[in-house]
Design a protein. Structure first.
Length: 484
């Protein structure tokens, strides 16, 4: 039901002067964002303190007013930390809640804080500060998981298992080599985060509603106070764009897909059909009906949650795709998918690191599967290549050998020297002598191969890279460039 004509807009609305009627209660509920954007409280207060200092520096407010505003904002931060802050959905968002509370504490001087500022550049600043922080937090999570994978890889240099293509046994590899592959993909995710953070280096504060301000604001001062390199260059782009959020969500979606692939392997490998690993009880669940079951719920949930991150990215892309310049209220829909993605990735990284750190590797079972001589069929072809047989001819010869032993249902290793020469005279020994698992692994010593010397070298390289990345993160935190 619409409000009665003449019902005055509440004084608590900072934009209420233009209106003669109160907002319909249904609209209040529909448009309120305080139930989710309160996550930005710390960043909003951080930005507001920089705003107060800047206003004092340019002489738009007195030093006493600066001190009062900073004190009031610190008091609000304490209330939020203690859980005593009176959040009010009628005040729409975190910005108006904090401003209203500041007015309750300080009176009219609180109204000076918003001088030259719009909620449009305020929220862009809050989000930039938030994303700068969470991108570093996410990088730490990726670093921790890669550290766990590196440790487990070092433990399993001598653990051999089949590598797969098309989920069919292909060639033998070291488990360390396999886990190093996942470290590579997660490392690229961390690199993307660093790249994305470099594009959150300009400060939105001072862009105003969309055209800047006639007041003598010092945007460089605000940027420096908040740890940005410089102010944004275009006020319209500043309040209209959310590609910095899109970029984080895109990186997060890619990372969740990478986690999903790792999770899928844990699900497969922990099945009775594979039997390669057993998840710790702390990272498994049981069945309410079947008492024998031990279910890999943690990796299954991570696998499922990848869909949330992908969907959240599509949500924000869809919100943005039809918006004209500059600010539109549709942009309020950026926060819920962003916050959900941040939490989803944070939690997934944590539980995957724990699951991998504690899982039991069934080394004998892996080696038994890798001992299948069929996995060395390519080695037979390459033996012929070294005898100057064209590879396509060698491939056909070995294909006929595999067809023969498959039809006869005999072990490939049972073929004698004479048997092998019946397929091609270049074979110099029987299959059992030609096919050797250790020799096969060690012969793959090209860069990127699974020979022990290559795997050990990469382990050392990655350990140095992770150490450097850890130092980089700690330096950023120590510099105050992020609000840790």
């Amino acid at each position: 039901m619409s409000p009665k004509s003449g019902n005055k807009a509440p004084a608590s609305k900072p934009w209420g002067g233009r209106f003669s009627e109160a907002t319909d209660p249904a609209v209040e509920r529909f448009s309120a964002s305080i139930h989710f954007d309160r996550l930005l409280a710390r960043h909003d207060i951080h930005g507001s303190k920089a705003q107060a200092h800047m206003l004092g520096e340019v002489g738009l407010i007195s030093p006493q007013e600066v001190e009062a505003l900073i004190g009031g904002l610190d008091r609000i931060a304490e209330e939020i930390a203690e859980g005593s802050f009176p959040f009010d959905a009628a005040l729409e968002d975190i910005h108006m809640n904090i401003e209203s509370r500041l007015r309750a504490h300080l009176g009219p001087v609180a109204g000076k804080l918003h001088t030259g500022r719009s909620r449009n550049d305020q929220i862009a600043t809050d989000l930039a500060l938030f994303l700068r922080d969470v991108s570093l937090e996410t990088q730490r999570g990726l670093l921790a998981l890669r550290g766990v994978l590196l440790e487990r890889a070092r433990e399993n240099i001598e653990t051999i298992l089949p590598g797969y293509t098309h989920l069919q046994r292909a060639q033998p590899v070291r488990l360390a080599h396999h886990w190093l592959a996942h470290i590579e993909t997660l490392g690229r995710d961390a690199s993307r985060l660093r790249d994305a953070r470099a594009r959150i280096d300009r400060c939105p504060l001072g862009a105003g509603a969309m055209a800047g301000s006639t007041l003598p604001l010092d945007r460089e001062h605000s940027a420096m106070a908040l740890g940005f390199d410089a102010p944004t260059r275009n006020s319209m782009d500043t309040v209209a764009s959310r590609d910095f959020a899109l970029e984080y969500m895109a990186v997060a979606a890619i990372s969740m897909v990478h986690l999903s692939r790792l999770a899928e392997e844990l699900v497969l490998w922990s099945s009775a059909e594979f039997g390669f690993v057993e998840l710790a009880d702390a990272y498994s669940t049981g069945s309410s009906l079947m008492p024998q079951k031990k279910n890999p719920d943690v990796p299954e949930i991570v696998r499922g949650k990848s869909g949330r991150a992908i969907g959240n990215l599509v949500t924000l892309l869809t919100v943005l795709k039809g918006l004209p310049l500059t600010y539109n209220r549709d942009l309020q829909e950026d926060k819920e998918p962003l916050f959900d993605t941040v939490e989803t990735l944070r939690n997934s990284l944590e539980v995957m690191a724990g699951a991998i750190a504690t899982l039991d590797v069934k080394r004998e079972r892996m080696r038994e599967a890798a001992a299948d001589p069929m996995l060395l069929a390519t080695d037979l072809a390459e033996i012929l290549v070294r005898a100057e047989v064209p590879f396509r001819d060698a491939h056909e010869v070995v294909g006929r050998i595999i067809g023969h032993v498959t039809r006869k249902q005999i072990d490939l290793r049972s073929l004698s020297h004479a048997d092998m020469q019946s397929f091609h005279e270049a074979f110099e020994a029987g299959a059992d002598e030609l096919l050797d698992l250790e020799r096969s692994l060690e012969s793959r010593s090209l860069a990127g191969g699974t020979a022990r010397v290559r795997v050990e070298a990469v382990l050392d390289e990655i350990e140095a890279e992770l150490s450097a990345e850890r130092s980089e993160i700690e330096a950023l935190e120590a510099s105050g460039a992020v609000a840790t």
